[in-house]
Write a protein that binds this ligand. Sequence first.
Ligand SMILES: [Zn+2]
Ligand SMILES: [Zn+2]
Length: 394
Amino acid sequence: MALKPQPAVRQPDSAVTQRLVTHRRELHAAPELSFKEVETARYIAGRLDALGVDKLTEGVGGTGVVAEIRGERPGRCVLVRADMDGLPLTETADVPYRSTRAGVMHACGHDVHMAIVLELARWLAERRHELAGMVRFVFQPAEEQAGGAKLTIDAGVLDGIDRVVGLHVWSQLPTGQVAVPPSVVMASADMFTLIIRGRGGHGALPHLAVDAVVIAAEVVTALQTLVSRETSPVAPVVITLGSVHGGSAANIVASEVVIQGTLRTFDAELRRHLLARIAQVAEGIAGTMRGKSEFRHDSGTPPTINDPAIATLVREAAAGVVGKNAVVPWEPLMVGEDFAYFLEQRPGCFFMLGGAPEGVPVVHHTPEFRIDERCLPIGFQVMTAAVLRLLQPD
Ligand SMILES: [Zn+2]
Ligand SMILES: [Zn+2]
């Protein structure tokens, strides 16, 4: 018996575009911070419930919402992820759907991701009878704090899943373009603290004290040599020590200095090596200078790395929507993204959706952040085509 073909994606009609814009604007107007996405979760769950999804679970990994749509024929199981959180910023744009919450804003475009994935759920729910395989929708909390993905995975959202897919709207990429990186998408992002301990004393009697400030100064300089002297010049690495605090007065030798920093790389092995070396170098220097150093790994996400074969399938699907010339190369970024956790455990792809607004360019995580809403139907079509492709057995 010949298999029925999967449903095909067509140019979205105006009702689809209208729903995408409405959902995006309603979510945009009511942003919530990481792990506090209570109303957002209610909004998403309410709409998914109305679609008659096969399974709906709330409170996953905190405030996450998970739904499934099962096709009537067997096939692969694909996880589609959207993130839900906003950022602690006050929006400056004067738009009717501007954030109604002072100090909270969808300044990374997660409202766009939710609107696209909601519409995908509707599209698939209406075509269940034609569908082969199962799609699990994960609306995860707290991407910005890099904790949400891990908690939803710990809650079991990857059980039975063959492939994963996610997207990020990008304000630096022209609207109409899509980037599907073959491998590295974004960097690992680790936050760490070094506590340098000496022994306090009188500023005029340094020989009776152990100066934590002098030790910290040596540590700050030495850590940069991990980048310049211990890492291949063709392997990108950033070590930034963004905060150094210690001491209480000009004439008192400081007993303690706290250094906070971040490490970024594109390579999982290099990341492990450098985290260990940061601790070692600080300990070694502090020890030599009669002090001590304590290393704390505060948080970290792995690098976001696509599976090359899955990325090829998604790239072909994207080219079918926007045309080959609009699928553009991607220069990996030093920012972190917690979809990396999904990609660590399952083959998958994270693609970038162009959403650069007209006028002055804007950067994510700023009060001026805006996106061009014309990217919504494009993102919906690309995501739909990608999911249909990933459901198919090869
Ligand atoms: Zn962000
Ligand atoms: Zn983001």
